[in-house]
Design a protein around this ligand. Structure first.
Ligand code: ADP
Ligand code: MG
Length: 614
């Protein structure tokens, strides 16, 4: 029998690699910008046409390439950045696999113009689908100018897969921002056709954040919205900015970077959100731009170039340090007016010697701080930040065996169990009152218990919907008059991503044509007229972070449905309704807090009650 194994031709291998490296125009933009940065450019211009589907052009003033290099750079595994295996561990550059340009050239028409400072003539090369069509010496300004035209021209299936130009442009914009936010010393410009979207001068990090977001988003200067964060431990150095809680919005700018690279990190995101606990209004999120620096041994460097997930060695420790750092910043600045944080001192954190084992940094903040709590300010003067009253011992216990987060959740559960014990009631005999059509009151062994009816029901429904969605067993009720949902391109892209989860929740949705959907059924117990409202709300509130993390997405859907369907305040409840609410609430694992972290139950102890009469 003859042998059947062949080596793939390079052009095929490149196309396969392209499938991984080049997902959409934004991936090309990222690779080209990173090459320009690696080439030491001081000014990088990015020109996009039609969402990058017809043209992506990146012009830099970096070192440029020799004639041989210009030809070589389209070869697979051709890189100037590593020569031997040890180099892999010392990498300072963005790329190193020599995969990007050959991949791009295998699925697009590429024109490269490049010249090194010392050469009198530069090189022009035209490549398409991995074949070189032209190569000549030309007058070219120093640096590299690369044009990528008609991406996926030879892979129709992938070209069809591209979204509307506006959607691709917004991906490009995101990618562009992730890069410019770590290179404030480089000047960048981004053009959408003839329109200049960004022209960012060389500046400091703070200046860059300010230029990027101050210009586009806010009524106020970023200065007044952001607080500096700065902590230096042996394991991690954390710097950057976090938003004041009062500037939290439905759509926030949230960025993590590690060693000058953008990363997504849902776990660290949680650490930040925990630091804001109870400072935010419902469904509002703070801005943050957080830069981590860790030893390169501490993270997995061998990650895929297009991936933004990063594995950390000391994830749990960093989680706690990050949470504390953010908390400290929020506590420290809470009573101060907006200041220019260039001049204000950084938090007072002692340097930890490398000999010592990791000890929690000293922090000062008021753990009880809650800007939305009006009761405390009425009776006392403005709260002063307390010194180091955070229970670090508890936080750092059992580091090796448990995650901190898990400990916290367990602690919360224990707390709940404890409460349940003391709240144990005889279902038959419990007497419930409703006051102000808003609270349910009952007597317990310990005293009086007030339950917020809306939050209680919100919790019950949320838990229920989470189970339904996760088990994909939502039951749908047909609506009599199906409604249509018309979406724009941007919304359509979002909607398509959440469609499976919506179906799991019990929505019966049919796509009729481009951007149009018919809602034939809604989850049982949601009123048919609410279906459209809930879907609209979901689309409006979906942000990138949520879309990428399945659990967050499911939570979000459950939250929106539960919130809409929950008994509102002001509704008179029958005795039966009260009892079933009461019973269902205590069947919830976390019956103390609503899904958005608000208190559901308030207890007035017998002692307190007694004191009132003294
Ligand atoms: P990698 O960045 O992983 O080395 P690429 O395919 O992105 O692989 O680039 C291949 C090589 O081409 C780089 O190593 C570099 O030497 C050269 N190169 C690419 N872009 C530029 C540029 N803008 N300026 C100078 N050299 C470049
Ligand atoms: Mg590269």
């Amino acid at each position: 029998m003859s042998d059947i194994i062949n080596l793939l031709p390079d052009s095929v291998a490149n196309q396969i690699a392209a499938g991984e490296v080049i997902q959409r125009p934004a991936s090309v933009v990222k690779e080209l910008m990173e090459n320009s940065i690696d080439a030491g450019a001081k000014f990088i211009q990015v020109v996009i046409k039609d969402g990058g589907t017809t043209l992506i052009q990146v012009i830099d003033d970096g070192v440029g390439m020799s004639e041989t290099d210009a030809r070589m750079c389209f070869e697979r595994h051709a890189t100037s950045k590593i020569k031997n295996p040890e180099d892999l561990f010392m990498l300072q550059t963005k790329g190193f696999r020599g995969e990007a340009l050959p991949s791009v050239a295998s699925v697009a028409q590429v024109e490269l113009r490049t010249r090194k400072a010392d050469d009198s003539l530069g090189t022009f090369i035209e490549v398409a689908g991995s074949r070189v069509f032209k190569q000549e010496r030309q007058q070219i300004s120093q640096g590299t100018n690369i044009q990528v035209k008609n991406l996926f021209f030879n892979v129709p299936a992938r070209r069809r897969f591209l979204k509307a130009a506006s959607t691709e442009m917004s991906h490009i914009r995101n990618e562009f921002l992730r890069i410019v936010l770590v290179h404030p010393a480089i000047r960048f410009a981004l053009y959408d056709g003839d329109i200049e979207l960004f022209n960012l001068p060389e500046t400091s990090l703070k200046g860059r954040v300010d230029h990027v977001f101050g210009a586009t988003s806010s009524r106020l200067k970023m200065d007044q919205q952001l607080l500096p964060i700065d902590i230096n431990t042996d394991i991690v150095k954390i710097s950057g900015f976090v938003g004041r809680p009062e500037f939290a919005r439905k759509r926030a700018n949230q960025y993590f970077f590690v060693n000058n690279r953008y990363m997504r990190h849902p776990y660290f995101h949680k650490a930040v959100m925990l630091a804001y606990e109870r400072m935010l209004k419902q469904e509002e999120y703070p801005n943050y731009f957080i830069y981590l620096e860790v030893d390169t041994n501490e993270i997995d460097v061998n990650v895929h170039p297009s991936k933004t997930e990063i594995k950390f060695e000391n994830e749990q420790v960093i989680f706690s340090i990050l949470q504390a750092a953010v908390k400290e910043t929020l506590g420290k600045f809470q009573v101060m007016p907006a200041i220019d944080f260039d001049t204000e001192g950084a938090p007072d954190i002692p340097h930890i010697s490398s000999k010592q084992i990791v000890m929690p940094p000293e922090v000062s903040f008021n753990a009880d701080y809650n800007p939305f709590k009006s009761t405390s300010s009425a009776s006392s003067v403005a709260p002063k930040p307390k010194q180091s009253d955070y229970n670090w011992e508890k936080l750092y216990q059992n580091f090796s065996s448990h995650s901190t987060e898990k400990n916290q959740i367990e602690a919360m559960r224990d707390e709940s169990k404890e409460e349940t014990k003391t709240l144990a009631f005889d279902e038959e005999s419990v007497v419930l009152f409703q006051v102000k059509n808003r609270y349910i009151i009952s007597e317990t062994e310990r005293g009086l218990m007030f339950i917020d009816q809306y939050r209680a029901h919100f919790r019950i429904l949320f838990d229920r919907y989470m189970i339904v969605i996760q088990n994909q067993q939502g039951v749908s009720q047909k609506v009599l008059f199906p409604e249509t949902l018309n979406l724009n391109e941007m919304e359509d892209a979002i909607f398509e991503e959440i469609l499976p989860e919506l179906r799991w929740a019990g929505f019966d949705i049919e796509k009729t044509d481009r951007n149009n959907y018919i809602i034939n059924g809604v989850p049982t117990d949601l009123s048919p007229s609410m279906g459209l409202v809930v879907l609209r709300e979901l689309i409006d509130e979906m942000d990138n972070e949520v879309l990428r993390v399945k659990v967050l997405l499911q939570e979000k859907i459950a939250i929106v449905i539960a919130r809409k369907f929950a008994i509102q305040r002001g509704k008179r409840l029958t005795n039966e309704e009260m009892s079933s609410l009461y019973r269902d609430l205590f069947a919830c694992e976390n019956h103390q807090h609503s899904p958005d972290g608000k208190r559901i139950i308030y207890q007035l102890s017998n002692e307190e009650l007694g004191q009132r009469f003294d």
